[in-house]
Design a protein. Structure first.
Length: 224
């Protein structure tokens, strides 16, 4: 059992327009709820497509088809598959509403939210806004509105985005991802010891949390 005063630290590299990141968030949350101990989560920035324009001309199907060099029919099959998996963990994906965009500002805002103790709430809000509601998370004004919805001062958030206060933090996260060899997301680093790639099953995440706690206990026993 982990020490409540010394929770298991989990760092999650993800992107707010990554469908598997939202699914992995749900399966990990289920594992954390079953885990007999405390867990703290920090979200780290990973831009899957930093070259995407803020206002991408086309649909997500167009984007996937161009990006992956596949037919629109194949892209639609990919979208249908991931939407079905999302539904299995209680998420609604509406690809007909999605605005494909650049996510760097969203990542900057997540760092701003972290500094104000609201990162976890904002991460969920951004994912739901993007995948379910069809909000445009590439635009600063829309992001500031979403920040306000989770209790962050809208003007302060807008100012941080306008001044790119946290752009260096986004770049630092990306550099750390490169150092870790992360090539896709979601990627979970548990207690600075274990790296787990992808939207794994809840049981996989739970086992990793339990293993991290057991190793801590073993180290503590050796020290005593």
């Amino acid at each position: 059992m982990s020490n409540p005063s010394n929770p298991i630290d989990v760092q999650i590299w993800s992107d707010v327009q990554c469908p598997w990141c939202y699914i992995g968030k749900r399966t990990f949350e289920a594992a954390a709820a079953q885990f007999d101990g405390e867990v703290t989560v920090t979200y780290r920035s990973f831009e899957l497509a930093p070259d995407t324009p803020v206002d991408f001309e086309g649909t997500p199907i167009d984007y996937l088809s161009e990006r992956k060099g596949i037919s629109p029919e194949q892209a639609q099959q990919m979208v249908d598959r991931v939407s079905g998996i999302a539904a299995s963990v209680g998420l609604e994906y509406h690809y007909d509403r999605i605005h494909q965009t650049n996510t760097v500002l969203a990542h900057e805002l997540l760092h701003f939210a972290k500094a104000h103790g609201k990162q976890v709430e904002l991460k969920e809000r951004l994912l739901r806004a993007y995948f379910t509601e069809g909000r445009h998370i590439g635009r600063a004004a829309e992001l500031a509105d979403l920040a306000a919805e989770v209790g962050i001062d809208r003007e302060a958030a807008a100012a941080a985005l306008a001044e790119h206060t946290h752009l260096a933090d986004v770049k630092a996260d990306m550099a750390q991802a490169v150092a870790y060899g992360i090539q896709g997301v979601p990627f979970f680093v548990i207690d600075s010891r274990y790296g787990i790639s992808g939207a794994q099953e809840t049981a996989t995440f739970l086992a990793a949390l339990q293993q991290a706690a057991a190793e801590r206990d073993a180290v503590g026993a050796d020290a005593s």
